[in-house]
Structures are given as structure tokens and as C-alpha cells.
Ligand binder design. Structure first.
Ligand SMILES: Nc1ncnc2c1ncn2[C@@H]1O[C@H](COP(=O)(O)OP(=O)(O)OP(=O)(O)O)[C@@H](O)[C@H]1O
Ligand SMILES: [Mg+2]
Length: 272
């Protein structure tokens, strides 16, 4: 079982949306997922209820919440979190997502240290993007305080809420693509994209989309797609959901690959 969390120095940076996107991707890959809500706003704990209440087309038969996705409110004591993680593992859950609260970094240290991988959502905003470096430095310092042999989480940035011009510039590969994408981004913003490029990011950047904007109301995008298409969804809507779900599944693959690569490297070091 793999444990994932997200953190950032700033509130509202996209942690919960990232957990919901990741849950969508993991479901799409056939995994069993549990999300533990550490935040007082109960966004995760109420996710299923909110999805039931969403203003779908009245004539559309509702698609039921997937059995493979369960939700809970996190216990207060970290020891209880660990015992619940053991229980979830014995029930056959593949991935647990810990939806962290906003707050300063030290407050969230226990949650971070319970995870195998910590995702740092980074938005392309001038007030936001350089925070990622500060958070990474904090992460390094925290890991350095662990005793020898104590497993440390890995930290990866995820660039999120990218507009199309920023997405195109960040993902441009050939010199022609770079030239074309650069022309569409204001001079003042190019340094920001260059900065994001050199962060230790997962390969899949996340776009700013309407589907992800609504995900906390609709439920996982697989549920949203199926319910929507039962109603008045069109081929265009189906395509839009397909693109977003693929992006979420790519994110899920990135997370699993990053953890497996680290475990493999640790195994090889132990063998040597
Ligand atoms: N990729 C995205 N596309 C569209 N909207 C997004 C995306 N990511 C986040 N948002 C929007 O940004 C806002 C803040 O996101 P979210 O609630 O996930 O942040 P958070 O870090 O969990 O906040 P908090 O610190 O309060 O827990 C929400 O309105 C959400 O819909
Ligand atoms: Mg949140």
C-alpha cells in the first residue's frame, strides 16, 4: 500500500483538488483508494454527499459512487492514523491519500512523515511559485532530522492550474514548439515558466479545467463523466472528460512510478 499527501506553505494552492484528481486517475487504473480528511472544512469527508446533491440533469440516471473509493475523517492522534493505515492495508486498499490542512510546515510534519510521497502543488502565479523552493528546503531539513533507517518520504512538485499558453510553453519540446509557445506568453511570465521547469516535478502537468474546478461538487471525474453522459452529454463533453481523466491517470502513473523507482533504488542499496 502506498500513502500519498500534498502540502504547501500557502492555503488554497490546489492540494485537495490534486488529491481528487489523483483519486480519479487511480480509479481509472483499477486501484482501490481511500482518502483521509485532515482538514476542518470536510471537503473530502463530504465529497460523496456533495456529489449526490450536484445539480445533474434530472432525467439522467445517477451513476453510483464507486466501491473502490472510500472516505474518512482523520483521527486526531498520529498513532491512530498509523493504526488506521494498517487496517486499510489489511482490507486490500492500494493507495491512501491524506488530504492535508493548510498551515505552516511544522504543523503538518506528522502527516508528511506518514506518507511515502509528498506532492507540492505549484501554480504559475507570481505570488506562489517561488514558495515551492522554500517548501523543498524545509522538506530536506526535515528528512535530515530522521534517524538512520527511518523511512523518509520523497517530495515531488506538481505544476497545476496551468492555462493553455503556460501549459504549451512548459511542455514544448522541439525548438519550433518552444518558439511558437514562447510567442504566446508575455515576457514578464517567461521567467516563471523557466523556474517551474527546473523544479523536481512529476512529468505530468495539470491544466486549469472546468472539470477539475467542479470536481469537489461532482465526485471523481469517472463518476461525473458517466452520470453526465446518461443525461444530456454530447460527444464533445465525452471528449473533454476523456482528456481530463487521461491526465489524472497519467498523474497516477507518475506517482506510482516515482514511489517504485525509489523503493527499487533503496532495495539495490540494501543489497549492495
Ligand atoms: N487544476 C485545476 N483546474 C481548475 N481549478 C482548480 C485546479 N486546481 C485547483 N483549482 C481550484 O482552486 C481552488 C483551490 O483549490 P483547493 O481547494 O484544491 O486548494 P487547497 O490547497 O486544498 O486549499 P486549502 O489550503 O484551503 O485546503 C478551488 O476553487 C479549486 O476548484
Ligand atoms: Mg484543501
Amino acid at each position: 500500500m502506498i500513502v500519498v499527501t500534498a502540502m504547501s506553505t500557502k492555503g488554497g494552492s490546489g492540494k485537495t483538488t490534486l488529491m481528487m484528481a489523483l483519486a480519479t486517475g487511480l480509479l481509472e487504473r483499477g486501484m482501490r483508494v481511500h482518502i483521509m480528511d485532515f482538514d476542518n472544512d470536510s471537503q473530502i469527508a463530504l465529497w460523496e454527499q456533495n456529489s449526490d446533491r450536484f445539480a445533474w440533469d434530472e432525467t439522467a440516471p445517477r451513476v453510483s459512487w464507486p466501491d473502490a473509493l472510500t472516505l474518512s475523517v482523520a483521527p486526531v492522534a498520529i498513532e491512530d492514523v498509523y493504526s488506521q493505515l494498517n487496517e486499510l492495508e489489511s482490507k486490500g486498499v492500494d493507495v491512501v491519500l491524506l488530504d492535508n490542512r493548510p498551515g505552516n510546515l511544522e504543523e503538518n510534519e506528522d502527516v508528511v512523515l506518514a506518507a511515502d510521497i509528498v506532492l507540492l502543488p505549484v501554480r504559475p502565479e507570481h505570488t506562489d511559485y517561488q514558495m515551492a523552493e522554500r517548501t523543498l528546503r524545509w522538506a530536506e531539513a526535515t528528512v535530515a532530522t530522521l534517524e538512520e533507517g527511518q523511512p523518509a518520504p520523497i517530495f515531488r512538485c506538481v505544476v497545476t492550474q496551468l492555462s493553455t499558453p503556460f501549459y504549451n510553453l512548459l511542455t514544448a519540446g522541439t525548438p519550433e514548439e518552444i518558439a511558437r509557445a514562447t510567442a504566446k506568453v508575455a515576457n514578464a511570465d517567461r521567467a516563471m515558466i523557466d523556474f517551474l521547469r527546473q523544479l523536481p516535478c512529476l512529468p505530468t502537468p495539470i491544466r486549469d479545467t472546468k472539470q477539475l474546478f467542479r470536481i469537489s461538487a461532482t465526485g471523481p471525474l469517472t463518476v461525473a463523466r458517466d452520470t453526465f453522459l446518461n443525461g444530456q452529454g454530447t460527444a464533445r463533453h465525452a471528449h473533454v472528460f476523456k482528456e481530463d481523466i487521461e491526465m489524472c491517470a497519467d498523474l497516477a502513473d507518475d506517482v506510482m512510478d516515482a514511489v517504485r523507482a525509489t523503493n527499487k533504488a533503496a532495495g539495490e542499496m540494501a543489497d549492495a
